[in-house]
Design a protein around this ligand. Sequence first.
Ligand SMILES: NC(=O)c1ccc[n+]([C@@H]2O[C@H](COP(=O)([O-])OP(=O)(O)OC[C@H]3O[C@@H](n4cnc5c(N)ncnc54)[C@H](O)[C@@H]3O)[C@@H](O)[C@H]2O)c1
Length: 388
Amino acid sequence: MAPPDREETPVRVTLVAETRPGERRVALTPEVVAPLVEQGHEVSVESGAGAAALCADEDYRETGAQVLPAGDDALLAGADIVAHVRPLLPDQIARLRRGAVTVGFVTGPGELDGIRALRGCGTTALAMELVPRISRAQSMDALTSQALVAGYRCALEAAMRLPRFFPLFMTAAGTVRPAKVLVLGAGVAGLQAIATAKRLGAVVEAYDVRPSSADEVKSMGATFLDLGLDAIEGTGGYAREQSEDRAARQQEALTPYISKADALITTAAVPGRPAPRLVTRAMLAGMPAGAVVVDLAAESGGNVEGARPGETLDVDGVTLHGMADPASAMPVDASRLYAKNVTNLLALGLSAEGWSLDLADEVLDGVCIVHEGTVRHAPTAALLEEEG
Ligand SMILES: NC(=O)c1ccc[n+]([C@@H]2O[C@H](COP(=O)([O-])OP(=O)(O)OC[C@H]3O[C@@H](n4cnc5c(N)ncnc54)[C@H](O)[C@@H]3O)[C@@H](O)[C@H]2O)c1
């Protein structure tokens, strides 16, 4: 899109309210809207968009943004750029003008219809989940900021559901031993779960398939479990899927540690694949009475057999909780971080001179999943092809 003339055509940025059930985050907070308005852009906010994240319509008005009634046609039809958190719905996309740019999460199970709509409407979509993991893009990395919130939340869920203390207590009435917490998967969320459980006073052990995670686990004051298995690391610092044989050996090696844990937090993931199954029902049955298991991967198939997102189950006396949309459970700070990620990304193309998308920029090239109706992200294009 050619940069609009600053004097005549300021960039019109729209903040839409989230529509998915239970989603409480907002894509732009007043804190990040203010500099956009100061730069000369016209920001329109759908009334109530920030309410669940404690951002009132009035707070947006004070920045100079205009607040339009919920569902007002001008919100989508008049936008140059639309900011959102969860993927836009096809009927929202259908109301965008050709050449409009959307920024937010785009992909995920069941979201292909939205991508087809983006393609069909000639729009350009920037996918927050595709921000490359390079140091220049760290301030735009929404997967990291939201995983941090999720990991913190997992540790709190475990602490709240465990019928005993996390910390050591030495009192006149006796000594209470600290809880033993085991964290599986020590990426961004796992490390935050470790840090939070440590702050609450638990004794924490952790395991990850990536060898580089050992030092990170130790730097948090936790013990890294050396299971004597081969390490597996894929590209970009991510894990690879393990073979069935290795998965079985990992389960066997983890069993004695799981059987001693009061709380188990699982956060393991492999990009583009269902969550690896780390814990079977038989392993749960061997845990101490009253033990708690929190599975962050419940929405993508579960690290733990039987885990279901948003449900808390009693499995042979063990409490099994499947996390559902954990970042949305802490919408204030999750939104603040996400909004910064979004505006840091937009700043690569948005200035007082207008908007321009330079696809020679490594970050914009990485995030631009659909450009003027063409799907550029090869795995997504292949999925669309497969599904017809
Ligand atoms: N800007 C950056 O450079 C940047 C930003 C964020 C993260 N990172 C790095 O990317 C890596 C992964 O981050 P993430 O948290 O998004 O990963 P993720 O959410 O894809 O996976 C979570 C963790 O699960 C682990 N895992 C996968 N299979 C497992 C199994 N069978 N058993 C145990 N653990 C298993 C992975 O190794 C990973 O640590 C880390 O090295 C992190 O430091 C880099």
